[in-house]
Design a protein around this ligand. Sequence first.
Ligand SMILES: Nc1nc2c(c(=O)[nH]1)N[C@@H](CN(C=O)c1ccc(C(=O)N[C@@H](CCC(=O)O)C(=O)O)cc1)CN2
Length: 301
Amino acid sequence: MTAELIDGKAYAETVRARVRDRVAALHADTGLTPGLAVVLVGQDPASEVYVRSKGRQAVDAGMKSFEHRLPADTAEAELLDLIARLNDDPHVHGILVQLPLPPHLDARAVINAISPTKDVDGFHISNVGMVGTGQDAIVPCTPLGCMIMLRQYHDDFRGKTALVIGHSNIVGKPMARLLLNADCTVMIAHKSSTNIPELARLADIIVVAAGVPGLVRAEWIKPGATVIDVGINRIQRAGKPALVGDVDFDNVRKVAGAITPVPGGVGPMTIACLLVNTLSAFCHQHDLPDLPLLLDEQDPS
Ligand SMILES: Nc1nc2c(c(=O)[nH]1)N[C@@H](CN(C=O)c1ccc(C(=O)N[C@@H](CCC(=O)O)C(=O)O)cc1)CN2
């Protein structure tokens, strides 16, 4: 068996096209345009790339993009002051602060200063709490992207077992909660777990976000399982730089039913889902109907 490749780039393009069409239709009806503010503190090279891409993709989708770049030594009070201004700005419907932040800044305080209605990353404690209690809320972009792709392979999660490897606040925990909200049976493991192989063998779905290159091995995979690799690891392979995930891709793909590659799997869906969340936040703020998330659902317009 060779697993079907889950083409995140193609899914992301479909999501972006839907957002673009809906933004154009809403603009034609209301004259309003969704606005996304992205805040970058410091000059982390990977963050620079992601922030540039977020701004470009927002503009391509017909949105306004507001980029705020602050020096690495920015004081927390200054960052909180910027967030307060963005919270009050009617042209800004979504706000995100790119992570990681420099170590002198308290990421939790910064995220919780964003208005929950504009928190398009879904990291604010009130959005986290709402998702955790099964209420409609803004969902973090990477797990949302994983769910959209998983839905194409599992129309019903009831009776399915998932293993989420990794318990970060931005991927592992929200991913597990979303699967649980969909009535999946969910196991969560992390870097201190000693029984990951045994748990993995039970799983119809594996989502891994552990930051360990090649962690998930072919011998652990239930034949036909869906494997979603969120890992992005920059390593040296045969003396050359390479980008690999947390899954031993070449061997796991011989056993799994469907698998995401790295690059080109989950990553592209992260920014596409940021556009979905920005459009959603805009719709809620203007009391307009929201875009359905599933790719096979019809747009209400
Ligand atoms: N405020 C946030 N900070 C961070 C988030 C986030 O969702 N919100 N997630 C990550 C970084 N990230 C977006 O911000 C992100 C990571 C990876 C990709 C992506 O498309 N990856 C490509 C590979 C790109 C490469 O060569 O580096 C892929 O997997 O194909 C997009 C967005 C942490 N911070």
